[in-house]
Design a protein around this ligand. Sequence first.
Ligand code: XMP
Length: 520
Amino acid sequence: MQVAGEGISDEKILVLDFGSQYAQLIARRVREQNVYCEIVRHDLPADVIRKKKPCGIILSGGPSSVYEAGAPKCDPDLFRLGIPVLGICYGMQLACESLGGQVEHCESREYGRAALRISEPAGLMAGLPHEMDVWMSHGDQVSSVSEDFQPLAATASCPYAAVRHLRLPVFGLQFHPEVTHTPLGGTILHNFLYAVCGCEGRWHLTDFAEQTILRLREQVGDQRVVCGLSGGVDSAVTAALLYKAIGPQLSCILVDNGLLRKDEQAAVLAEFTNHFKADLHVVRAEDRFLQQLAGITEPQEKRRRIGYLFIECFKEEAAKIEDARYLAQGTLYPDVIESGAAVDGPAATIKLHHNVGGLPEQLGFDLVEPLRDLFKDEVRKLGEELGLPEQLVWRHPFPGPGLAVRCLGEVTKDKLDVLREADHIVVSEIKAAGLYRQTSQVFAVLLPVQSVGVMGDARTYENAVAIRSVNTDDFMTADWSHLPYELLARISNRIINEVRGVNRVCYDISSKPPATIEWE
Ligand code: XMP
């Protein structure tokens, strides 16, 4: 699968995907170091790999065991192409096993932080301290290597945490250099790209924009593309790319489902009309959505109904657009991986949700997803490159099902209005405190709970609101934000005083995993 424009750079890295949740993260870490990167199937024949002329190959991790029947394997000839290979976790086990080593099941799975002691601080491990934190996540490990291998680093329970082959340009890491929990992992990848593979770092995100625009033009030809606009950065960047690529052949549809945040629809329209001149259709469908949601409390059923009705509304509007052939979606990589719809590889499903699937088949459209390989922060950088306004590029993400997944239990207009007011206070106070850019996603949740309070001399029995604020790089893992107490106090006071029907405010201090960012 292609990560960015094919042929854009003469130096490229191939990531062979063995079903790791982290394959795209590896690709993104390579892109961050200005080297073009493609993710390909794990079983690509060595001669096909050679023809692609990569300057390096990375073998990803994966959930299998190398000795398992049907475990994904690579073509063993690739180790003899003379192209540098870096195996990570499962990829390392595969490389070592192919070149005469042995892999064994560990007594206890090693998962989490480990202290790495480096014995050879040169080459791949150059510039690193003698001891550093690394992130482990494995059930098997290399137990012996052939005499051609040299250990470079070890942990207390893993004697071959980093190795290199003495005659072939083959390296292995048992830990994950691509995750943020390996703080110096970037140095190791940098060493691999620049010192081992000899890259010069000529690839930039602007290349991605230009190449994507060319590719979109090629894919779409003179056909018309319909793009759903939500007000979020993903759909705006998708629309901006398409607008640059095909201008008047683009039609945008905004479905107002009544589940948007306070004043959001007006803001989207203002931003949209100021920055694009594309054909825009607004579908006002609040009543239809509320009707569909009446009496429904089960979260998946709420999502299903919203998704279904969204498709109906979209379909009806799209039918009015003559010659529409393609549908553009702002799907990002975390949406793809969490839906288990990832690449051609065997990545395991985590959770079925988000915007992937359903819509295009129902509409009979072909799909255009120019951001499918990117992470949120890359999309933001791309938005800036494309000249989108700051308040749009940096807007916190908002889920497709909108406030419905933050209004727990049954969704009604009254409850949504309460939630909208509380949410508006949370976001405005975060902005006023100068913390909007430092937090990743901040919002209010209306809980299906009433509790007793006292206002003046009277007993109250009213709603509780939770505040959710998280910090994350990629939305796949997240920590709760350690907001100042005074700010929390101000938010709480304002909500209780200004929002009728709320007498209690709580702060959500759960990280993801095991919690998710949204409550439903
Ligand atoms: P969770 O709750 O799974 O959310 O930790 C991760 C990120 O995805 C957003 N999200 C969605 N976005 N459609 C979307 O477009 C959805 O159905 C959906 N569900 C969650 C969520 O807001 C967070 O940014």
